[in-house]
Design a protein around this ligand. Structure first.
Ligand SMILES: *[C@@H]1O[C@H](CO)[C@@H](O)[C@H](O)[C@H]1NC(C)=O
Ligand SMILES: *[C@@H]1O[C@H](CO)[C@@H](O)[C@H](O)[C@H]1NC(C)=O
Ligand SMILES: *[C@@H]1O[C@H](CO)[C@@H](O)[C@H](O)[C@H]1NC(C)=O
Ligand SMILES: *[C@@H]1O[C@H](CO)[C@@H](O)[C@H](O)[C@H]1NC(C)=O
Ligand SMILES: *[C@@H]1O[C@H](CO)[C@@H](O)[C@H](O)[C@H]1NC(C)=O
Length: 309
């Protein structure tokens, strides 16, 4: 294979450090990608008696299937603007267009919107009050755009926010404040720096279970994670260390992904976390043993500096 097996690295740590029973099958550690625990599901649109009075309304640029009248499909149409959204539409698909700017106008009647997919556009900036008035909005997909900041005034109903593959370098401390129902925040493949995450950015978000900040420019661990967190993705940054007791503030965490960073030492007790299931530390510069909790099912330590590998 050209690289030392994870099995032998693992057994080294097991023998020299743990001294506790470890009953999981070793073959697990060879596989690369594993399915993570499901995040809590979000609200599916309630098909009420709306069909009784449902208008045939649909923006002329889009398609509204009769079989699923709550959805409006406007994707892959070279659109430069979001079409007017009728009031009964709950799912809006506008991905893969050429939209550079959004105004509040097309959304002025869109009181039923729950899910917007605006991924793969050319958005640079979202004006204040575009999404803020959508009081049913739970999912917002803005990945693969040119955004330099998180859209302002997001509605408090939001549960899932995808902002991957943009140009976001900082998140001012009040930006996400008030999103008390947000559970998934994806910021992978942006330009986040340590300085851009200063202050109270995430700790007030008491429903947040998954934070993805892979492929950014972080050199230290984000300092402000909420206690509700279950999954943390920080692959492909330049993080050199984890502060002593760092995960004490996220005691429920189940998955930590930190491959492709620059860590060489980790405080011995860092991962003494009773619910930890997955720990990926491949492609770092680790050489010292550390504590591994008994419940851990997936440990990746390939491409580090453990002796004898
Ligand atoms: C909102 O609804 C009103 C009344 O049906 C209509 O005249 C207007 O054009 C709609 N505006 C948008 C932006 O859809
Ligand atoms: C949004 O569009 C992207 C690109 O087509 C797709 O990968 C993604 O699954 C869509 N998500 C939702 C929730 O519609
Ligand atoms: C947040 O979620 C709770 C529980 O699902 C719900 O009762 C509440 O209305 C939501 N709040 C907002 C602002 O959406
Ligand atoms: C990390 O970067 C490599 C190389 O650019 C890429 O192949 C991999 O998908 C990235 N990992 C994540 C989790 O994005
Ligand atoms: C891990 O944490 C538990 C409970 O918090 C504690 O009893 C135990 O001594 C710790 N183990 C190590 C190796 O720190």
């Amino acid at each position: 294979m050209g690289f030392p097996s994870t099995w032998s690295i693992f057994s080294l740590i097991l023998l020299s450090v743990l001294g506790q029973d470890y009953e999981t099958s070793y073959s697990d550690y060879e596989t690369e990608e594993e399915v993570l625990p499901e995040v809590p599901s979000f609200v599916v649109p309630q098909e009420t008696d709306a069909h009784v009075f449902l208008p045939n309304e649909c923006a002329k640029e889009c398609h509204c299937p009769q079989s699923y009248p709550y959805a409006m499909y406007c994707d892959h149409r070279k659109l430069k603007a979001v079409p007017d959204v009728p009031s009964h539409i709950s799912h809006l698909y506008v991905q893969f267009n050429d939209i550079e700017a959004i105004t509040a106008k097309p959304f002025s009647n869109a009181t039923s919107l729950r899910n917007i997919n605006l991924s793969h556009n050319k958005l640079k900036k979202v004006e204040k009050d575009v999404f803020g008035k959508l009081q049913q909005l739970t999912q917002l997909h803005l990945e693969h755009n040119d955004l330099e900041e998180v859209p302002p005034s997001l509605p408090q109903t939001l549960q899932i926010l995808h902002l991957g593959f943009n140009k976001i370098s900082k998140i001012p401390s009040n930006t996400l404040q008030g999103l008390l129902n947000i559970s998934v925040l994806d910021l992978c493949s942006n330009r986040l720096t340590d300085g851009g995450l200063k202050g109270k950015v995430l700790s007030g978000l008491k429903s947040l279970v998954q934070v993805n900040m892979c492929n950014n420019k972080l050199k230290t661990m984000p300092s402000d994670l909420p206690a509700s967190l279950l999954q943390l993705s920080l692959e492909n940054n330049s993080i050199t260390s984890i502060p002593e007791g760092y995960f004490g503030k996220t005691p429920k965490i189940m998955s930590i992904r930190m491959s492709n960073n620059k860590m060489n030492t980790i405080p011995y007790k860092t991962f003494n976390l009773s619910r930890l299931i997955e720990l990926n530390l491949g492609y770092n510069q680790l050489s010292q043993p550390f504590f591994v909790p008994k419940n851990l099912e997936h440990l990746y330590l390939n491409h580090n500096n453990y002796k004898g590998m």
